[in-house]
Structure formats: structure tokens, C-alpha cells
Design a binder for this molecule. Structure first.
Ligand SMILES: Cc1cc2nc3c(=O)[nH]c(=O)nc-3n(C[C@H](O)[C@H](O)[C@H](O)COP(=O)(O)OP(=O)(O)OC[C@H]3O[C@@H](n4cnc5c(N)ncnc54)[C@H](O)[C@@H]3O)c2cc1C
Length: 304
């Protein structure tokens, strides 16, 4: 495939990427938005959003995709593998070729962190799950474990509680770290029990999961929790493997940006969950995308 030239390339069709691409196009730039999977990112399967942006994640992402497409953004289904600077332009390499632009916005988001325990890979899709709205109905009347103490863990535990007999909410700290209204809702839910401070050490079963082994973080005593499903929401890892090492924080992999969302490489910006200092909510993803688009278009114009 021959290289394509754009004013702005956006990497990722999550909420930050689609917001950035739409805004850059509305400002008059030629824009490509590249996605390796389905559009929508982390919220695509969330039925009921919590926070300033309400409704379903599917509707939010679909509307953004429609608006960006109608604005004239070129949508490319490719996996980005690298970014290099050459001759005042940025070259974006993908599994299908390369494209270049005056400015690039990395909006490649994040993935749910794995527990990293025995059985997790073996039982994936056979009891190890991560989408309460998609998989919850399969656990009708069952006992499940949710690992995590933050917003996502509590939000998903509340979804699972609508289907399951019992949801064991397990976390290793002293306190839940989610927002107060989610903690109140969980504590008022009769079939969610909180277990702390515990960590999952293994996921066991035969054809599917039948229990998890856990350890008490204080006295190291162990026990088994009978369950047929385990859902882990223990944080996010940035999807930044393709980005130059010089723009990443070495320990976290998050992209480091200045106040204008520009990285240490001129013309290379980052927005949303992939960047250090991201606010964590969808309104932050939208604001990031729009701010990065304005800076990227100004840069592209200055270099034209
Ligand atoms: C379980 C859960 C529930 C949540 N619920 C809420 C909520 O109710 N309300 C709220 O405000 N926030 C919620 N959040 C947070 C919110 O989802 C995120 O802050 C937001 O979606 C981040 O958007 P993003 O566009 O930065 O990243 P992402 O959504 O991760 O999108 C990044 C996109 O980039 C693509 N990509 C990655 N690498 C490449 C590559 N190499 N090439 C091409 N494409 C690539 C990915 O496939 C993905 O589509 C929730 C998060 C989780 C995990």
C-alpha cells in the first residue's frame, strides 16, 4: 500500500480518539483515525455509564463514530506498530503500510490489568471474564468474585449482582477507593459481600472455574472461595507499546505530555487514558481529544 498523507493522524477510535478526529476535521484538517479492533474502546459494552456523561457506552461511541465519519474523517482499520519523525513529518507505521502527517495524536487508551495468577489464561472465557454487561447473564444464579476496589470494580459488581446469587467483592487494601455513591450502592446491595484485605493467588477448576484461592494480606492465612466466575478490575495498563520510548514514562508506560498535550517529540500529542495525568472519566477523554486536536491542527497549519 502506498503511503498516505494527512494533516493529522489520530491513533485509536475510543472516546478520546474519535473526539480528537472529529474536532480536527471540523477545524478543516485532513484527518485519518486508525483503529486495530472495533471502534469505541473501553466503554463500548457498558450499558449504563456512571458520571457526568450518562446513557450507554455503545450509544456514546456510535454517535461519536457517526459524527466523525460525517465530518469526513478517514477511518482506517489497521494496527499501529511504530511512529518515527522524518523531514519535519511524522511517519505512522501499521501492519498494512505507513502514513504520514504533520501532527499525530496518540489516543490508544488502556487495557484492564491482569491478575497474573495461575489459571487466569487457562480459564479465559471459561469463568475468567471482564465485561459484566456482556457476560453477566451467563452467571444467572451463580456465585462470582469481583477483584478491585475502584469505580470500575464497584460499577461492574453492581451489574453482576442483578444476575448472580452472590458477588464476593475482594480487595487488598483497607478501604474501597471508588466514589462515595458507588460505595453506598454496593453496601446497600444484599447480595454483594466485601472481603478485605485479600488477594487472589490462583484460579482453579476443571472444565470451567469452580473456585479461587485467596490469601489474607495481613496474616497470610489462605482460603478458597467457591465461584464459577471471576472478574478483575484492578487498574489499567496503557496501550503504548508502539510509541517511541523517549515519550513514555519508563515505569508505567504512560505517555508524558506538557500542558498542550504535546510529547517531547514536536507534533506528537497524546490524549485520554494512554497519557500520564489523565482525569479518568469520559468527560476528560472528550476534553483531552478536543484540546489535542486544536494543538495538532495549529501545528499542522504552522508547518504547511
Ligand atoms: C470497566 C470500566 C467501566 C468504566 N465506566 C465508566 C463510566 O461509567 N463513566 C466514565 O466516565 N468512565 C468510565 N470508565 C473510564 C472510561 O472508559 C475511560 O476513561 C475512557 O473510555 C478512555 O478512553 P480512551 O479513548 O482514552 O481509551 P480507550 O477506550 O482504551 O480507546 C483506545 C482505542 O485505541 C485502540 N488502539 C490501541 N492500540 C492501538 C494500535 N496499536 N493501533 C490502532 N488502535 C489501537 C484500542 O483498540 C481502543 O479502541 C470505565 C472504564 C472501565 C475499564
Amino acid at each position: 500500500m502506498s503511503a498516505q498523507h494527512f494533516d493529522v493522524i489520530v491513533i485509536g477510535q475510543g472516546v478520546a480518539g474519535l473526539s480528537a478526529a472529529k474536532q480536527a476535521r471540523q477545524l478543516g484538517a485532513s484527518v485519518a483515525c486508525i483503529e486495530e479492533q472495533m471502534f469505541g474502546g473501553l466503554v463500548i459494552n457498558i450499558n449504563e455509564l456512571d458520571g457526568a456523561i450518562e446513557g450507554s457506552g455503545t450509544d456514546l461511541a456510535s454517535n461519536l463514530m457517526l459524527e466523525a465519519s460525517e465530518a469526513g474523517v478517514e477511518m482506517l482499520s489497521e494496527c499501529v506498530t511504530g511512529i518515527d519523525a522524518a523531514g519535519g513529518r511524522l511517519i505512522v507505521s501499521t501492519d498494512q503500510g505507513s502514513h504520514n502527517a504533520a501532527a499525530v495524536i496518540i489516543a490508544s487508551g488502556a487495557k484492564l490489568r491482569k491478575l497474573g495468577v495461575p489459571g487466569e489464561a487457562e480459564f479465559e472465557y471459561r469463568g475468567v471474564a471482564s465485561c459484566a454487561d456482556c457476560d453477566g447473564p451467563m452467571y444467572q444464579g451463580a456465585d462470582v468474585v469481583v477483584a478491585g476496589a475502584g469505580d470500575s470494580a464497584l460499577q461492574e459488581a453492581l451489574v453482576l449482582a442483578q444476575f448472580c446469587r452472590q458477588v464476593h467483592l475482594l480487595h487488598h487494601g483497607k478501604e474501597l477507593t471508588a466514589r462515595a455513591h458507588l460505595i453506598d450502592a454496593v453496601r446497600a446491595c444484599p447480595n454483594i459481600t466485601e472481603l478485605s484485605p485479600y488477594e487472589v493467588t490462583a484460579i482453579r477448576g476443571d472444565k470451567g472455574v469452580d473456585h479461587v484461592d485467596v490469601v489474607n494480606c495481613n496474616d497470610r492465612s489462605t482460603m478458597e472461595i467457591a465461584c464459577t466466575g471471576i472478574f478483575a478490575y484492578i487498574g489499567l495498563e496503557p496501550t503504548s507499546g508502539f510509541a517511541p520510548e523517549s515519550v513514555k514514562d519508563a515505569s508505567s508506560g504512560l505517555i508524558v505530555v506538557d500542558a498542550s498535550l504535546q510529547t517531547a517529540i514536536p507534533g506528537l500529542y497524546a490524549a485520554g487514558a494512554v497519557r500520564a495525568g489523565y482525569g479518568g472519566m469520559l468527560e476528560n477523554a472528550i476534553a483531552d481529544g478536543e484540546a489535542a486536536a486544536q494543538a495538532a491542527v495549529a501545528r499542522a497549519r504552522a508547518n504547511a
